[in-house]
Design a protein around this ligand. Structure first.
Ligand code: XMP
Length: 321
């Protein structure tokens, strides 16, 4: 009978045996899996682990603080944050094709991570690389019918030959709900452990059109309001995730006070799902939709219309890009 604390003890012992007195590196994405993997390895080898967090500027409101403040407070881990916001914005300038955006974000991520990893390796501070691979990932990469051929997904792969690490994958035998329980057992905050899925390319693929700093600010503000209202209504456990999408190349006429506006729409995309392979649109209560819509159009100057996506998957994917 596996209890959560016996999983933790067992994994800590395995990690110690694997890493010995070596050093390890873990890329944190802000998501559940890398956070729990990092926290487990920290429990096992303490300050011989360094976590690297790349701020690509495509994060949601509060996410960097969640890693820099809450994750560090809970684990005491050594954290290096790389501020690469300008680099990503420069690389994305003028690009609006979804696949191209994904490729650019993936490529820049590898570049930034590679240089941080090289520094640590040169100092002798990393021979092992921690990855938050879960059991379903292991099974799926055996050649299942995933969505990965529909959209190019991004994770830490593709490091150059001369920068090879031994992989440590402490979540390889676990399912998502077990990972969450292990995270709680390790003292990670709910905000990290119960976090809904968020794509690696972040808000970059939720702006339909070119990604700019101003558009990111607009989307971040609208997204924060939607998340706040959904949480306040107690709906976090009923929905799988609710992307907020900015239609940056679309404008529509509106009226506010005495004035005509010519602003952008945002789309709410609430979905219910078991595994993201298929999804249904979530029937959110009208009063919650109303609060989200009123607040976004009042508080986010560039947005004058809120629309609801009522498409299931298939035929729609969850994300718009
Ligand atoms: P789609 O849009 O393909 O999304 O229906 C399915 C699930 O995957 C998430 N998603 C990603 N996750 N890297 C990730 O780690 C990515 O590049 C990526 N793209 C989509 C999406 O949020 C949904 O949960």
């Amino acid at each position: 009978q596996w209890t959560t604390s016996s999983i933790v003890d067992d994994q800590v012992a395995r990690i110690r045996a694997e890493i010995g007195d070596g050093h390890a590196l873990c890329a944190l994405s802000g998501g559940v899996d890398s956070a729990v993997a990092g926290a487990l390895v920290q429990r096992a080898i303490g300050d011989r682990l360094t976590c690297v967090f790349v701020d690509h500027g495509l994060l949601r409101a509060g996410e960097r603080a969640q890693v820099e403040r809450d994750f560090v407070a809970a684990t005491g881990v050594n954290l290096v944050t790389v501020d690469a916001r300008d680099q990503f914005l420069d690389a994305l300038a003028g690009v609006s094709d979804p696949e191209e955006k994904r490729k650019i974000i993936g490529r820049e991520f590898i570049r930034v991570f590679e240089s941080a990893a090289r520094d640590l390796k040169d100092k002798g501070d990393a021979e092992f690389l921690v990855q938050g691979t879960l059991y379903p990932d292991v099974v799926e990469s055996g050649g299942g019918a995933g969505t990965s051929n529909i959209k190019s997904h991004h994770n830490v792969g593709g490091l150059p030959e001369d920068l090879q690490f031994s992989l440590v994958e402490p979540l390889r035998l676990l399912f998502k709900d077990e990972v969450r329980r292990v995270g709680l057992e390790l003292g990670l905050p709910e905000t990290i452990v119960q976090r809904q899925p968020f794509p690696g390319p972040g808000l970059g693929i939720r702006i339909i059109g070119e990604v700019t700093g101003g558009r990111l600010d607009t989307l971040r503000a609208a997204d924060a309001i939607a998340r706040e209202e959904l949480s306040a209504a107690g709906l976090d456990h009923d929905i799988w995730q609710c992307p907020v999408v900015l239609l940056a190349d679309v404008r529509s006429v509106g009226v506010q006070g005495d004035g005509r506006t010519y602003g952008h729409p945002v789309v709410l995309r609430p979905v219910s799902s078991e595994d993201a392979m298929t999804a249904d649109w979530t029937r959110l209560p009208y009063d919650v939709l109303e609060r989200i819509s009123t607040r976004i159009t009042n508080e986010v100057a560039e947005v004058n219309r809120v629309v609801l996506d009522v498409t299931s998957k298939p035929p729609g994917t969850i994300e718009w890009e």
